[in-house]
Design a binder for this molecule. Structure first.
Ligand code: SF4
Length: 307
């Protein structure tokens, strides 16, 4: 069978060894070298272009249904739980914990839960909104496993590496949030990020207050495309007396977006993390759909006040 293998950046280092395995089974194998950000970003067009019969996507669970044969290969990691006892003093004043993790450690979540229960805590595991597939699992764009517990818990605990995944959950919850990273053996409260995020969101809206021309971003990635939302936002923007255009790309590169100088602000309908992470290179504000609605309503109330 003709196969295209696709890996997220962290797993590309193992691409050749996987390719060899499939070749030894008699397949004709190709490797996608395009950047990959998740299962929202399947290399289906590449697979079709080379006449592949199947795409094998490593490292992520299914995100959205697609009209092409895709096999998902999980990459689970058995992280050491030795670091959990060091987190207990941090959690002393909290009784009920909401526990979240990533797809790499979702198979360990019951073990982590049992550890905290043995230490006298009540541990809740929430349900994702739908893009993530397992209870307790969070994705950069699906923090349902945390948000669904916000009213029920005293604090949250994230078990896993890095800050990308927990920060999305921090921004969408209100309770203290502890990240336990078993790889660097470190615990860290993330609540200050929540405060900074709120300030940044407010500042972006205020920077756009005089904006007259909006570029609405629509990605063609299989799990990120949202043309319906873009059309609704365009219409709302135009009804408020501004101009808007829908901008299409597979990956939005801020250096190239900066060349679209006629726009005063951009509105994101693609990966929600574009709006919150590392977008300083973009010279104009990048709003979420909610930011835009808030901005239009602020403007309309200030017009009414003046009238
Ligand atoms: S956070 Fe963004 S890149 Fe990650 S899975 Fe969601 S849409 Fe894809």
């Amino acid at each position: 069978m003709k196969l295209l293998l696709q890996f997220p950046e962290g797993l590309k280092q193992f691409a050749m060894q996987h390719a060899r395995k499939y070749e030894s089974e008699g397949h004709e194998v190709f490797i996608s070298a395009t950047p990959n950000f998740g299962a929202c970003d399947l290399a289906i067009e590449e697979a079709k272009a080379i006449g592949a019969e199947k795409l094998i996507h490593f490292g992520h669970a299914e995100f959205a249904r697609v009209d092409f044969p895709v096999e998902y290969i999980f990459h689970t990691v058995d992280a050491s739980l030795d670091t959990l006892p060091e987190a207990l003093p941090e959690l002393e004043k909290y009784n009920t914990i909401g526990l979240v993790t990533t797809i790499q450690h979702v198979h360990q979540i019951e073990e982590v839960k049992a550890f905290f229960e043995k230490a006298g805590k009540t541990v809740l595991i929430g349900k994702p909104y739908g893009f993530a597939k397992h209870n307790g699992q969070i994705l950069g764009c699906d923090i349902g496993s945390a948000a669904s517990l916000d009213r029920k818990v005293d604090c949250f605990v994230y078990f896993g590496g890095g800050l990308f995944h927990p920060l999305g959950a921090v921004y969408s919850t209100t309770k203290p949030f502890l990240a336990i990273d078993p790889f660097i053996r470190k615990q860290m409260w993330l609540d200050s990020y929540r405060q900074e995020h709120k300030k940044r969101e407010r500042a972006k809206i205020m920077r756009s207050i005089e904006a007259k021309r909006f570029g609405i971003l629509v990605s063609t990635k299989n799990g990120q495309t949202n043309m319906n939302l873009a059309k609704v936002l365009k219409k709302k923007t135009e009804l408020s007396g501004c101009e808007a255009a829908i901008l299409i790309a597979n990956t939005f590169d801020f250096d190239y977006l900066n060349n679209l100088m006629e726009f005063d602000a951009f509105v994101n309908t693609a990966c929600p993390r574009l709006t919150t992470d590392d977008n300083e290179r973009l010279r104009k504000p990048l709003l979420s759909a909610n930011n835009l609605i808030e901005l239009l309503s602020l403007r309309s109330s200030s017009i009414k006040e003046k009238a």
